[in-house]
Design a protein. Structure first.
Length: 240
């Protein structure tokens, strides 16, 4: 469910420069690099499952996306599994996410999500493998509570344009940031047209560029695009 990440050598020394290249937060908000992030995670504060109206994770549901760039087209298959993984004492929903090119798997990832009692959806980490040139790269994997990593929020309970927030935090490895920029936008994709979408700007503190995502009520993410013209759109949903 999260966007694919590139892991280039040497990026850890470019944090501030890349944040500026990605575009500073709107409205003069405090940059995420200066935001303290030490969330207190108590299992009693979390509920079973994830039913956020704009980020529902119903076990057994399958999503298919197509991702088009200027030179390639990729398929993205996402399945909300019936499995859970306990992280920091919290039972997280396991989502299986695969990226394929002409049937060949390029990336195979298991993501871990949980929802708190206030309605925020948290991201507790991922087990990811990228395949290229006969090599397997697992450098993007991280788990909250391991080597200083902390969970982040991928969908806020209170949906309103505002300050940036951390979506994940594994120092030097996974440092994505999100910011709600609209709450009544529209998105048209192969699967249909959606009004009242939440539009979120996302960027990494470790890599250049930004990405915009649209989330539809009762469905979740339906569209993503970058200023460079790379577009991901939902093409089908198979219920349990």
């Amino acid at each position: 469910m999260n966007r694919r990440r590139l892991h280039a050598p040497g990026v850890r020394t470019q944090v501030l420069a890349l944040l500026l290249a990605a575009g500073p937060p709107a409205h003069g908000d405090t940059p995420a690099t200066k935001m303290p992030w030490a969330p207190r995670i108590r299992p009693a504060d979390f509920v079973a499952g994830v039913n956020h109206p704009y980020f529902p994770l119903v076990p057994g549901t399958r999503f298919r996306f197509v991702e088009r760039g200027r030179r390639d087209t990729l398929d993205n298959e996402v399945e909300v599994t019936r499995d859970t993984r306990r992280i920091l004492g919290v039972a997280c929903v396991v989502v299986h996410d695969r990226v394929l090119a002409h049937g060949r798997v390029l990336e195979d990832t298991f993501d871990w999500y949980a929802q708190d009692r206030s309605g925020n959806v948290w991201y507790f980490g991922e087990d990811t493998r990228e395949y290229e040139g006969g090599q397997t790269d697992t450098s993007g994997s991280w788990e909250a509570g391991v080597r200083g990593a902390r969970p982040g929020i991928v969908m806020q309970a209170r949906l309103a344009p505002g300050r940036p927030y951390r979506q994940e935090y594994a120092p030097g490895e996974a440092e994505d940031v999100g910011q709600i920029v609209a709450i009544a936008d529209r998105a048209t994709v192969a699967f249909g047209g959606f009004a009242g979408c939440v539009k979120i700007k996302e960027w990494s503190l470790l890599e250049p560029g930004v990405e915009f995502k649209w989330f539809a009520r009762g469905v979740g993410m339906v569209r993503a695009e970058t200023p460079g013209g790379r577009v991901t759109e939902l093409i089908s949903v198979t219920p349990p």
